[in-house]
Write a protein that binds this ligand. Structure first.
Ligand code: PGA
Length: 248
């Protein structure tokens, strides 16, 4: 399956910075991997005019419209993105987003035939208490409740304790540990759907990915891509990651 390298800018960059960033990726054409950018919603129209890379929205509301002040619906941005990110730990932490809401967002995005990147991960406390598998299984199965196929769905494993959010204790997971977790996620997907469906579902890793470790993750059989936050913000740094994956 084609590997995926996804950037997640989170709440970063002004409009001029966005224009500058994509001017440096102008001539980039993916050869063996899908290069994709999850951008702040306001930059999607500009970015669409500057790059041929697929774009994604970092969040959507689970309704098409209504009295939801400050929210953005997929109906409003559907022309500008082919991907939707759901369940990122930032949203689970700061916006108190629940698995039930994540489930509604997945169903909405499926209705719009978008590609969906579903993030799941265990918290620092869950890891300490040895509850990684239990937490991941519960998040995964609730998010996928009454989702009858995995068409256009990618799963991203992002342990909370590995995400570089300024906390100096946050460190990347090891490629070997991630591989084991991904094998386990695939097994849960095979039980819920079928082995073939599970084998065809991309499972990505995110959490402190850098140019030094990116290729090591992608060498593992069950790591089908990477979701990169901090190291995707600087175009040169992100290009270094691409180069380390022999894509330039
Ligand atoms: P990071 O973020 O690469 O800065 O750790 C990843 C993410 O939160 O998507």
């Amino acid at each position: 399956m084609q590997k995926i390298l996804a950037a997640n800018w989170k709440m970063h960059k002004t409009l001029p910075e966005t224009v500058d960033y994509f001017s440096r990726f102008e001539k980039y054409h993916a050869k063996t991997l899908t290069l994709l950018f999850f951008l702040p919603v306001i930059h999607l129209p500009t970015a669409k005019s500057l790059t041929s890379c697929p774009l994604g929205v970092q969040n959507i509301h689970h309704e098409d419209e209504g009295a939801f002040t400050g929210e953005t619906s997929l109906k409003m941005v559907k022309e500008y993105c082919s991907w939707v990110l759901v369940g990122h730990s930032d949203r689970r932490t700061y916006a108190k987003e629940t698995d039930m809401e994540v489930n509604k967002k997945i169903k909405l995005a499926k209705r719009y035939s978008k590609n969906i990147m579903l993030c799941i991960g265990e918290t620092t406390l869950e890891k300490k208490m040895g509850q990684t598998q239990q937490a991941l299984k519960q998040r995964l199965l609730t998010a996928l409740d009454t989702v009858y196929d995995l068409m256009n769905i990618a799963i991203t494993y992002e342990p909370y304790w590995a995400i570089s959010n300024g906390n100096p204790e946050h460190k990347p997971a090891t490629p070997e540990d991630v591989e084991q977790v991904h094998q386990w996620i695939r097994m849960i997907l095979a039980e819920r759907y079928s082995q073939e469906t599970a084998d065809n579902c991309p499972i990505l890793y995110g959490g402190s990915v850098r140019k030094e470790n990116a290729a090591l993750f992608l060498k593992q059989a069950n790591i089908n891509g990477l979701l990169v936050g901090n190291a995707s913000l600087n175009p040169d740094e992100f290009k270094d990651i691409l180069k380390s994956l022999k894509e330039h």
